[in-house]
Design a protein around this ligand. Structure first.
Ligand code: PGA
Length: 251
C-alpha cells in the first residue's frame, strides 16, 4: 500500500509571517491526519521559521530547488546540506518552471538528485509535457526521456527514495486539469519505466504525484486512480481551507 503524499508548492509567494500563519493553521487543523504525508514547500527565506513551527507535528517541509555543489564560490545558490540543515525532508527538483525559466535540463536534474540523496533529502522529481507535445502525440516519448535521463545511474536502493510528480505543463496554473484517465495512463507508464530501470518491487512502491490545477473538487477523482498516489499543488496550497480540503480529500 502506498501512502498518499500531498505537497504544497508555494512557489514565489509569502513572507515569513504569512508562511508561519498558514502553517500554524495547517498544523492545528490537520493534527489528526496520519494516513497522508503532508508537505509544505515554502521559499528559502521561510524554511527555518517554518521548521520551528512544524517540529513534532505531522507536517514535513521541502525546498523548491537546490544547487548540486555543497559549498563554494556559487553566489546566490543554496545547497542540499544547507536545506537539510534548515529542516527539510524533501526537495522539489526539475519543476517545469525551473526547466522553462531557469534553463534546467534532465542532466542538471540528475546532478541535483544526486546531491539531494547524498544529503539524505527525498527528491520530488517533476516531469511532464508541454501542450504542443501533448497535441502532437509526443507525451509518452517526452516523459520517457525525462524520466530515464533524470534518473540515470541510480541504484535500486536510491530509486526507492524517489517521489515522481507528473505535471503536464499545460495544466499548471491554468485551471485545466488533466482528466483522471489522462493522468492515470501517464502514471502507469512512469511506473513501467521504473520497473525497467529499477525493478518491479521498487516500481510498485514508488509514489507518483499528479500536479496541475489540483483543487478540492477534483482531488478525490484523481486519487481514485490506481497509480495516482498524491498531488503536488501550487495555487490551491496557498489558502488554508483549500489545502486542508485537499489533504482530507486524499484520505
Ligand atoms: P498549480 O501548480 O496547482 O497552481 O497548477 C502545480 C505546480 O506547479 O506544482
Amino acid at each position: 500500500m502506498r501512502k498518499p503524499i500531498i505537497a504544497g508548492n508555494w512557489k514565489l509567494n509569502k513572507t515569513i509571517d504569512a508562511s508561519i500563519e498558514l502553517v500554524t493553521l495547517l498544523k492545528r487543523e490537520l493534527s489528526d491526519v496520519d494516513e497522508v504525508d503532508i508537505v509544505v514547500c515554502p521559499v528559502f527565506t521561510s524554511l527555518s521559521a517554518i521548521n520551528d513551527v512544524i517540529l513534532e507535528s505531522n507536517i514535513d517541509m521541502g525546498a523548491q530547488n537546490l544547487y548540486w555543489e555543497d559549498s563554494g564560490a556559487f553566489t546566490g545558490e543554496v545547497s542540499a546540506p544547507l536545506i537539510k540543515d534548515a529542516g527539510c525532508k524533501y526537495v522539489i527538483i526539475g519543476h517545469s518552471e525551473r526547466r522553462q525559466f531557469f534553463g534546467e535540463t534532465n542532466q542538471t536534474v540528475n546532478k541535483k538528485i544526486k546531491a539531494a540523496l547524498a544529503s539524505g533529502l527525498l527528491p520530488i522529481v517533476c516531469v511532464g509535457e508541454v501542450l504542443e507535445e501533448r497535441e502532437t502525440g509526443k507525451t509518452f516519448d517526452v516523459v520517457k526521456t525525462q524520466v530515464t535521463q533524470s534518473l540515470a545511474g541510480f541504484t535500486p536502493d536510491e530509486l526507492s527514495k524517489f517521489i515522481i510528480a507528473y505535471e503536464p505543463v499545460w495544466a499548471i496554473g491554468t485551471g485545466k486539469t488533466a482528466t483522471p484517465q489522462q493522468a492515470q495512463e501517464v502514471h502507469k507508464f512512469i511506473r513501467g519505466i521504473i520497473a525497467e530501470i529499477g525493478n518491479d518491487e521498487i516500481a510498485a512502491a514508488l509514489r507518483i504525484q499528479y500536479g496541475g490545477s489540483v483543487k478540492p473538487d477534483n482531488i478525490k477523482e484523481l486519487m481514485s486512480q490506481e497509480d495516482i498516489d498524491g498531488a503536488l499543488v501550487g495555487g490551491a496550497s496557498l489558502k488554508p481551507d483549500s489545502f486542508i480540503a485537499l489533504v482530507k480529500g486524499a484520505l
